[in-house]
Design a protein around this ligand. Sequence first.
Ligand code: 13P
Length: 252
Amino acid sequence: MAKPPRPLIAGNWKMNGLSASLNEARLLAGMLKGVKLVCEVMICPPATLIGPVRKLVKSAKIKVGGQDCHQKESGAHTGDISAEMLKDAGASAVIVGHSERRADHGETDAVVRAKARAAMRAGIVAIICVGETLEQRKAGQTLAVVSAQLQGSVPEGATAAGVVVAYEPVWAIGTGLTPTAAEVGDVHAHIRRELGKLMGKPEARKTRILYGGSVKPGNAAELMAVPDVNGALVGGASLKAADFIGIIKAYS
Ligand code: 13P
């Protein structure tokens, strides 16, 4: 059996963070400096803070990511930010297709795929989010929904180095609810099989599949121990360094 990929714990700050929040990044960097980490650690702050966060956390080997990008490199798209711009500001990854963007901005799988392709073009990692709603889960459609999202959003030529998949059940985001460990394991195993069809099995085996949705210090160890879970995409609990470190410790 090939060695599992190095896990990734990524914090998605969403639309939270003023310059005062830089203190949390500073605290986290202080806690992790000199620590030999089993997992990779990343903060995805709002775009306004990418540069300043990067400066604060670089020496602690914490990575920085964006939360969205436009599919084009540049042009007349007022208010949008390209993957190249994120990279230039210090990001090494970008989240694409988060369910909040799919819901708030009507992003389709085709749009998500174009954004993932843009990240690949810019040379940053695309963290592609998928996940079912509560209605879909109740209707027994979880695996079918996730398959369709993957088929629609993972670009051709995607590699384990260029792409991360985040499974985020919509009903688990910000609710305090999570699927059971067995349910998470079923979906992650399914995602890996689907990625095998899309990328080829060797790449699929090396691709990180994160779980996201109400990950907290209290449940991280159990969730991260599930087979085929290679880390977490964390919302609320990534905003405070003290909480986020509790999740990172699931891998120490
Ligand atoms: P919470 O951890 O706040 O549930 O958010 C998860 C999420 O959406 C991360 O992208």
